[in-house]
Design a protein around this ligand. Structure first.
Ligand code: KPL
Length: 293
């Protein structure tokens, strides 16, 4: 399959390298990383160690592919969609954190949109180098009504390259479960300066559980049946499974970059209001006060 991976950060680089073992991959990323990949390939270290040789470019316009996997930060999804719309893609799959990415892609692209949530662990180590930190499962499913076949093709492409992948018609629920985990883990690890595992235990566990319960409330408001205890269990399980990881928001805040808080905790507040989501509102305000925007 011909695949464009749009957004060669930590996750996109790992996805691009692993897909390049079985597919024809073009990575879209920033200059120093793209130059290193072109010169020496993309080195993966961790769960498996190998060097992949995808094509790499800094220009996302005019690209053709059977599938575009979008892994940019949530606030860059609009720009990625606009660039992809100048080319010819058969389908788009979003694997980015946060809520709203699929709707943005569907609003811009004239192609089936597949939603995805992944628990893969990845960390960019420098130009041309990415660490594979966890084999977590990836779930994909149709977002637009016409995306059933595209979801199965995308799931098959990921699976054959080495990512455990489930294809489901209930992907919206999975996106909300992932949002509950991100809403609980990401801002607390970023603000407290701790690794993910710390969120599963006192003194942070109670605030994390409250953030997850509010996310479940927002999910039910959006018509998705997610129980409070299921959201809390998911957040706790993900925190324990990625205990040694530093969350993407912790890394972004520490590096002085903009975070994805608007598409995570901010999305919960946008759905049900600050009065019904006071913990997410407080966490959003604290992160926004410190991140680069
Ligand atoms: O998605 C993540 C993130 O850091 O953004 C988790 C699952 C919390 C892993 O670190």
């Amino acid at each position: 399959m011909n695949v464009v991976v749009f957004g060669a950060g930590s996750l996109g680089s790992l996805v691009g390298a692993v897909l390049a073992r079985r597919h024809d991959v073009t990575l879209v990323g920033r200059a120093p990383h793209v130059e290193a990949v072109r010169a020496d390939g993309l080195r993966v270290e961790g769960e498996e160690s190998f060097v992949a040789h995808p094509s790499a470019t800094t220009g996302g316009e005019g690209l053709s592919a059977d599938l575009a996997v979008v892994t940019v930060k949530s606030f860059d999804t609009g720009e990625a969609a606009a660039a992809l719309a100048t080319g010819d893609v058969g389908a788009a799959l979003s694997l980015a954190n946060g809520m709203g990415n699929e709707a943005t892609l569907a609003g811009t692209l004239d192609a089936p949109v597949v939603a995805g949530a992944t628990a893969l662990g990845a960390s960019l180590r420098g130009p041309g180098r990415v660490a594979w930190l966890g084999r977590g499962r990836t779930t994909v499913g149709p977002w637009t009504d016409d995306a059933g076949r595209a979801a199965h093709r995308a799931g098959g492409a990921l699976r054959v390259a080495g990512f455990p992948t489930t294809v489901t018609d209930a992907v919206r629920r999975r996106l909300w479960e992932k949002l509950a985990a991100n809403a609980a883990i990401n801002p607390l690890t970023a603000l407290a300066g701790v690794r993910n595992g710390a969120v599963a235990d006192p003194p942070l566990a109670a605030t994390a559980a409250a953030a997850a319960r509010e996310t479940a409330r927002a999910a039910r408001h959006a018509g998705v049946d997610l129980r409070d205890d299921r959201a809390v269990e998911t957040a706790t399980r993900v925190a324990r499974a990625t205990a040694e990881n530093r969350s993407s928001m912790a890394r972004d805040l520490e590096a002085g970059r903009r975070t994805e808080v608007d598409a995570i905790n901010g999305h919960v507040v946008d759905r049900i209001g600050a009065e019904r989501a006071p913990v997410n509102a407080a966490l959003s305000a604290l992160v926004r006060a410190r991140d680069d925007r």
